[in-house]
Design a protein around this ligand. Structure first.
Ligand SMILES: O=C(O)CCC(=O)C(=O)O
Ligand SMILES: [Fe+2]
Length: 284
């Protein structure tokens, strides 16, 4: 399996589960103690605790129109710190495409905190329960930060795929606002969750071949096939059934950077022996 495929479909088992104390401020035990303002700012939760009704609405939207949006839930200060991080990394890569796979690769950044956020995990688990009618698994996010830039960014556009995980939460960080913006395009909910890894593999092989890829790209570009187009705004988080929906991103202008963080949750075939054999790793 090539690196691009693994990165973009989130087909990886390398992360280990870890827990972290909630960033919420708990009341001090000492009655005389006070909460210092600087500490309060430092410990701002990475993601808000969204009301149940909001999460139900998001899951319904994912079923109905392909995606659901949690609006204004990433703090502007967190976004601007991330932008600085990305701009430096893209510049160091000569203005070309760069991706960061796994939480460790973004350690110390806001994306590290978001990957460990109990509120964010809770949101995905509630959406999962609502969407599948089954108990959400206890499993960490598989996270990737993709920065499209320069000529090489083009190679990573129009790659139609299914993710390996049931839910994909997409956090736009830098999105061009004019010219070719690199919208997310999708054919929502084109398959069910497959009961076997083998059946899932057949779907992926049928989709990830030159003939299908060229045909889909042509059909979309000619306007014959009209996918759902998601124009994403930084600050919002976009949820969709990544495992069930054929999706890709459009290219963006070479002189612009387009950065998105992907949080993949719940691999239905995590315990498959065939998957373990195909990947050369024991079933996890
Ligand atoms: O960056 C995007 O818009 C989508 C990327 C994606 O689908 C993935 O990494 O699985
Ligand atoms: Fe994807």
């Amino acid at each position: 399996m090539n690196k691009e495929f693994s990165e973009i479909t989130g087909d990886d088992t390398s992360q280990t589960f870890s827990t972290v104390a909630s960033p919420n401020i708990s009341a001090p035990l000492d009655a005389n103690a006070h909460i210092d303002l600087a500490t309060a700012i430092e410990t701002r939760a990475a993601f808000p605790s969204l009301p149940y009704d909001t999460l139900v609405r998001i899951a319904d939207d994912m079923n109905r129109q392909g995606f659901g949006v949690a609006t204004d839930c990433i703090h502007p200060d967190d976004l601007s710190a991330l932008r600085t991080f990305i701009e430096q990394k893209v510049a160091a890569a000569g203005g070309e495409y760069i991706a960061f796979t796994g939480r460790d690769s973004v350690s110390g950044t806001f994306l590290d905190a978001l990957g460990l956020s109990p509120e964010f995990m809770q949101a995905c688990q509630t959406i999962y329960r609502k969407g599948t009618g089954t108990a959400p698994p206890t499993a960490p996010f598989y996270q990737v930060l993709r920065c499209l830039s320069g000529k090489t960014g083009e190679k990573h556009a129009f790659f139609f795929h299914y993710d390996s995980y049931v839910i994909t939460a997409l956090v736009p960080i830098i999105m061009p606002t004019e010219g070719k913006r690199g919208d997310l395009i999708m054919l929502p909910n084109t398959r069910r969750i497959r009961s076997s890894y083998f059946r899932n593999l057949v779907d992926k092989i049928l989709l990830d071949n030159t003939l299908t890829q060229v045909a889909l790209k042509h059909l979309v570009r000619s306007g014959y096939l009209r996918p759902t187009r998601v124009r994403m705004l930084p600050g919002n988080v976009y949820f969709f059934w990544g495992y069930r929906s054929v999706h890709a991103n459009e290219p963006c202008d070479h002189d612009k950077t387009r950065a998105t963080a992907l949080f993949h949750y719940a691999n239905p075939h995590a315990g498959s022996r065939l998957r373990g054999m195909a990947r050369g790793t024991p079933a996890a």
